[in-house]
Design a protein around this ligand. Structure first.
Ligand SMILES: C[S@@+](CC[C@H](N)C(=O)[O-])C[C@H]1O[C@@H](n2cnc3c(N)ncnc32)[C@H](O)[C@@H]1O
Length: 350
């Protein structure tokens, strides 16, 4: 089709205004999809360099020369990079000065309560696995070995990714579940201890034991010293959570971002072990992304895609499916409440 014909077609549909060819809503949407990978990578690089924290602390904005010097990129490439970050809504430039937008100021600055930089890094590391999506769709096999615990293949970079993105879930757990009556919590798959330290810092009488693979526990123990307020009350229990009994004597067992990794059969095994370790009246508290039937559905579908890329049998569950698993494991009084972001809190009692 010639351009004149194309313009005529668009004109008939009302897209041509005062002689300027406007992009239709669909064309914009398609362009966004085609270039989404570029935008995602640009965001990740900006976060790696902590650009938004630096800009946030930079007063009234920074000139392009200052930003170029900070980034350490070439001037020509930096200009394109800054244009891209502006185009995707992460920067704004007024009177030659670059500043954060409301989005980057709220979500991409170190120390902010809603800091999402760890989640950006986590998604960025999984992004390469996307190159093998078609293979995974055909075979059902994840090609990424980044999450080595599925394959007995070492720990890769996942502990740092999980720990880095664990700030928000840890905060939500302590906010949406009241641990003031708990004395000793077991955090199953608690990784390097981000959740454990956040809970112990918030509840000064609480002891938290992290149950994770031996090499992860070793690293977690070494990092504990960075948390002087909670170090003495956080302990590590190394082992395989499928094979070994869970430590007895705890009154609350948490699973934070764990169950979606595993098939129903495997998840049930973990829940039954938790049930066996608790006394009657003991609690289980789960923080998970649930498969949604609402306006969040498109977002949770993308998390499901991510699970395909890393995990052989994992995937998100609905609220109903999660309740059924808990009841099958022997728990009662199952309650679910949405928290922030895509996380829900599911609790039950032995
Ligand atoms: C998805 S990460 C979640 C980490 C943490 N709860 C969080 O939300 O940041 C899963 C955790 O389960 C641990 N894990 C996986 N398989 C395990 C096993 N068989 N035994 C003990 N821990 C395991 C991993 O080492 C990792 O720390």
């Amino acid at each position: 089709m010639h351009l004149r014909q194309l313009i005529a077609v668009q004109n008939n549909r009302g897209y041509l205004r005062t002689g300027v060819l406007m992009l239709s809503r669909f064309e914009k949407q398609l362009f966004g999809l085609m270039t989404g990978a570029f935008a995602s990578r640009a965001l990740a690089i900006a976060v790696q360099r902590d650009l938004f924290t630096w800009l946030s602390r930079g007063g009234d904005g920074q000139t392009v020369e200052q930003v170029v010097a900070y980034l350490g990129f070439q001037e020509r490439t930096s200009r394109v990079f800054l244009d891209v970050l502006s185009a995707i809504g992460l920067l704004r430039c007024e009177n030659g000065l670059f500043r954060n937008t409301e989005l980057s100021e709220q979500l991409l600055v170190r120390g902010r309560i809603a800091d999402q930089r760890g989640a950006v890094a986590l998604f960025d590391h999984l992004y390469l696995g996307c190159g093998t999506l078609e293979h995974t769709l055909k075979t059902g096999n994840p090609a990424s070995r980044e999450y080595g615990y599925f394959f007995g293949a070492g720990t890769g970079s996942y502990p740092d990714d999980m720990d880095g993105s664990g700030f928000a879930p840890a905060l939500l757990l302590g906010e949406f579940w009241d641990f003031s009556n708990a004395r000793h919590v077991l955090d199953v798959g608690g990784c390097l201890g981000a959740t454990a330290h956040a809970l112990a810092a918030r509840y000064p009488n609480l002891r938290v034991t992290v149950f994770d693979l031996p090499e992860i526990c070793e690293r977690g123990k070494a990092l504990s010293k960075q948390h002087p307020a909670s170090d003495a009350r956080v302990t590590f229990h190394p082992g395989n959570f499928f094979d070994e009994d869970y430590p007895h004597g705890v009154d609350t067992i948490c699973f934070v971002r764990i169950l979606h990794d595993w098939s129903d059969k495997e998840a049930l095994r973990l829940l039954e072990k938790a049930h066996a370790a608790l006394q009657p009246g003991g609690r289980i508290v789960i923080l998970e992304t649930l498969r949604e039937g609402s306006e969040k559905a498109s977002l949770t579908a993308l998390i499901d895609l991510l699970m395909l890329l890393i995990s052989p049998e994992g995937g998100l569950r609905t609220r109903v499916a999660m309740g059924k698993l808990l009841r099958t494991a022997g728990f009662r009084r199952v309650r679910t409440k949405p928290t922030a972001y895509l996380y829900s809190l599911i609790s039950a009692e032995k």
